[in-house]
Design a protein around this ligand. Structure first.
Ligand SMILES: C[S@@+](CC[C@H](N)C(=O)[O-])C[C@H]1O[C@@H](n2cnc3c(N)ncnc32)[C@H](O)[C@@H]1O
Length: 356
């Protein structure tokens, strides 16, 4: 969302399943974290929060009211009690949209389980010019729900709302019936297909989080947008988050296999080959890889990772770095260093090493 600040003139943060705001009197939830971050940036901003539980809603309203930092806020926070879906239209008609042309709209959809999330709402959010959604996708909850629908103890209506289509839910139920060993992956891929086809998202970026100390999936965060820059930045954010200790996370391949962040996985081999093929055609600026390519909808490699691959190719003697105007070589020893390692600015040119 902050990245889109470069092209947007205002922000709108939407928390559709907002929770209490503050936990145990001191731990901020997502609405308060957003208030703090929004107060620190320079663009005007609005926030919209919805919470279905009356007690939590009251706590949320109090926590938001008492939150000390609201610098730069455009209008009063919109805080409603009820189901998110009831308010989407109203939220997307708020004053900030008539006042500003380019409103970066970021919706966090963080339900307990999966109930209350509708693909049609995601589609409405993404129909905004600068719309992004971050969806907490709880595999266990969805799996249980499908199990209930199969056993006849739950209606399929809610899952149809989630997947946005009855035929896709029939496919999901057929997967559950067969009980394949890779059921989680099949259901996840089916849902990603649902998001791409039913919400109109051009960019769908799933991250898998593992439960701490186990190889089990704890949950997925699925980032959906129609904006190449938002997609690019989200990959970088997740790339940097992957070094944390909070349990492993993965980017996912949109094909069959998922792969962990790491430089020796097939996806990176493919990227190396693609870079070399491009440089066989022509000398190419670094930014083509780190900026243009990272905005391609099916490219799940971050700009940070592209830079790492390019530096590796240089170190292996496969490619050469040239000055911005292409007139002189700029080997690693001539370039600025960060933490003892050569950097690679976006304006440098790259070509294949002629002696290869
Ligand atoms: C996982 S919590 C949200 C936590 C919050 N993102 C945070 O960081 O503090 C999910 C919240 O959504 C609320 N909720 C459930 N269904 C809802 C719906 N259809 N619309 C709005 N809120 C809902 C629940 O009462 C619960 O407080």
């Amino acid at each position: 969302m902050w990245a889109l600040g470069r092209s947007a003139d205002a922000f709108h943060y939407i928390d559709g399943f907002a929770g209490a705001g503050l936990y145990e009197g001191r731990y901020p939830g997502s609405p308060l974290i957003a208030l703090t971050l929004l107060s620190k940036q320079r663009l005007p901003w609005s926030v919209s929060f919805v919470e279905a539980d009356i007690k939590l809603f009251q706590q949320l309203a109090k926590a938001v009211h008492e939150h000390p930092t609201k610098a730069g806020i455009f209008d009063k926070p919109f805080i409603q009690h009820g189901e998110f879906t009831q308010f989407v239209q109203e939220i997307l008609s708020r004053g900030i949209y008539s006042q500003f042309k380019r409103v970066a709209t970021f919706a966090f959809i963080d339900p307990c389980g999966a109930s209350g999330v509708r693909m049609s709402d995601i589609a409405r959010l993404l129909s905004q010019d600068y719309g992004e959604c971050l969806l907490f996708w709880n595999y266990d909850g969805i799996n249980r729900w499908l199990g209930g629908a199969q056993a006849g103890t739950h209606s399929t209506a809610g899952v149809v709302d989630l997947f946005g289509d009855e035929a896709l839910v029939r496919e999901a139920l057929a997967i559950c019936l067969k009980m394949p060993p890779d059921k989680e992956r099949l259901l996840r891929d089916l849902f990603i297909r649902a998001v791409s086809t039913k919400s109109g998202a051009r960019f769908v970026l799933p991250f898998r989080f593992e439960a701490k100390g186990s190889e089990r999936t704890s949950h997925y965060l699925i980032h959906c947008s129609n904006h190449g820059l938002a997609f690019k930045i989200m990959k970088d954010v997740m790339d940097s988050a992957s070094s944390g200790d909070e349990g492993a996370f993965e980017f996912l391949n949109d094909a069959d296999t998922s792969y962990q962040m790491g430089m020796f996985r097939p996806q990176f081999e493919k990227a190396r080959a693609e870079i070399l093929a491009q440089l066989t055609k022509e000398t190419t600026p670094v930014r083509v890889f780190t900026d243009d390519w990272t905005r391609r909808p099916h490219d799940l490699i971050s700009s940070v990772a592209y830079k790492r691959i390019l530096l590796e190719l240089e170190e292996a003697g496969e490619i050469q770095v040239l000055s911005k105007d292409g007139t002189e070589p700029m080997p690693a020893k001539r370039r600025p260093k960060r933490l003892g390692k050569a950097t690679l600015g976006d304006d440098y040119l790259l070509r294949l090493t002629t002696t290869r």
